[in-house]
Design a protein around this ligand. Structure first.
Ligand SMILES: [Mg+2]
Length: 122
């Protein structure tokens, strides 16, 4: 399953642009930022109303419009995700977190920050 590709197909059929270069500010990115906000608000409302079906629908809608945003600004989401995932997983040593005496999860020597610029190829 490739969420970004699914949304690309939808956008192409809907005559929306798939950015081939990184380009943050354009009319379509503004639209998608508004949609992200709308879908977040719908999901939060459903959560507050204890409506599991609408929360599930809202979460999928959020992923959908986030992928639309990536397509609008030229971000290859998988690249960013892999970088963030690797960074988060670097907090564990041999599959385990390291905590201090107070129970706080510490950043071990293996931890590294995500290099988003590298992931973007800039
Ligand atoms: Mg919705």
């Amino acid at each position: 399953m490739n969420y970004q590709k699914d949304v690309s197909e939808f956008m192409i059929l809907g005559e929306q642009k798939i950015a081939s270069d990184l380009n943050l500010k354009n009319e379509q990115s503004k639209l998608y930022m508004n949609l992200i906000e709308e879908e977040f608000e719908e999901t939060a409302k459903a959560f507050n109303e204890d409506d599991l079906v609408e929360v599930a629908d809202g979460l999928a809608d959020m992923v959908w419009v986030i992928m639309g945003m990536c397509n609008s600004v030229g971000i290859d989401f998988d690249n960013i995700w892999e970088e963030v995932r690797d960074s988060n997983m670097s907090k564990f040593v041999d599959g385990k977190s390291i905590k201090n005496e107070a129970g706080k999860i510490m950043k071990p020597e293996t931890y590294f920050k995500p290099n988003i610029k590298k992931a973007l190829g800039i």
